[in-house]
Design a protein around this ligand. Structure first.
Ligand SMILES: CC(C)(COP(=O)(O)OP(=O)(O)OC[C@H]1O[C@@H](n2cnc3c(N)ncnc32)[C@H](O)[C@@H]1OP(=O)(O)O)[C@@H](O)C(=O)NCCC(=O)NCCS
Length: 160
C-alpha cells in the first residue's frame, strides 16, 4: 500500500473488488466511443485484473475509502501492437479529483511495482496526456491513428 499524499492511498483492486461497478461506469463513459463496448462487457475487464503479483493487475486510488482513480498494468492494450508488452492502461481519475496529483501518483506506483519485479520496458498509448507521461519517464516511440484519433505510443525503460 502507498500513501502519496494525506488522505489518499493506493491499493490493489483485489483488496477492494466492490469498486468494480464504479470502474466499469468510468471506463464506459470515458472510452466506449473507442470500442463500442457495453458496461457489461467492460465489467469483465477489471474482474480479470484481481491479481496480486501477476498481470493483468489493477491499482485503485482511494480517498476516505472512496474510489477516485485507477490504473492497470496489462499484457496488451492496443490492436495491432500485441508484439509489444506490457502496457500501462486504463489510467483514470474522477473529474472531481483531477489536478491533485492522483494520476501521477498512480503512474509512479505502477512504475515502482514493475521496477521491483524487473518488468521493463512498459508501453502505453495516449491521445492527449503525453506531457503527464513524459514527466513520469515515458518517451514517445511513434504516432498512429486509433478510432480516428491521433495517438502517441510511448515507452519507458525502467531504471533502478
Ligand atoms: C489524464 C488523467 C488521468 C490525469 O489525472 P490527474 O489526477 O488530473 O493527474 P495529475 O493531477 O497527476 O496531473 C495532471 C495535471 O495537473 C497538474 N497538477 C497536479 N497537481 C496539481 C495541483 N496540486 N494543483 C494544480 N495542478 C496540479 C499537473 O501538473 C498536470 O498538469 P498538466 O496536465 O498540465 O501536465 C485524468 O485527467 C483523466 O482521468 N482523464 C480522463 C481519462 C484519460 O484521459 N486517461 C489517460 C488515458 S492515456
Amino acid at each position: 500500500m502507498t500513501r502519496p499524499s494525506v488522505g489518499m492511498e493506493i491499493r490493489l483492486l483485489a483488496d477492494v473488488p466492490a469498486a468494480i461497478p464504479a470502474l466499469s461506469e468510468w471506463f464506459h463513459a470515458e472510452w466506449h466511443h473507442y470500442d463500442g463496448r457495453s458496461i457489461a462487457e467492460i465489467e469483465a475487464q477489471p474482474r480479470d485484473c484481481l491479481n496480486r503479483d501477476a498481470l493483468p493487475i489493477t491499482f485503485l486510488a482511494l480517498s476516505d475509502s472512496e474510489a477516485i482513480g485507477t490504473v492497470t498494468l496489462d499484457t496488451s492494450d492496443l490492436p495491432h501492437y500485441d508484439h509489444l508488452s506490457p502496457w500501462l492502461a486504463s489510467l483514470y481519475v474522477l473529474p472531481s479529483h483531477r489536478r491533485e496529483g492522483v494520476g501521477r501518483a498512480l503512474v509512479k506506483h505502477l512504475a515502482a511495482f514493475a521496477l521491483e519485479r524487473g518488468i521493463s520496458p512498459i508501453y502505453l498509448w495516449t491521445p492527449g496526456s503525453t506531457r503527464l507521461y513524459e514527466e513520469c519517464g515515458w518517451k514517445v516511440l511513434c504516432r498512429d491513428v486509433y478510432s480516428g484519433r491521433n495517438i502517441a505510443l510511448m515507452r519507458r525503460a525502467l531504471e533502478p
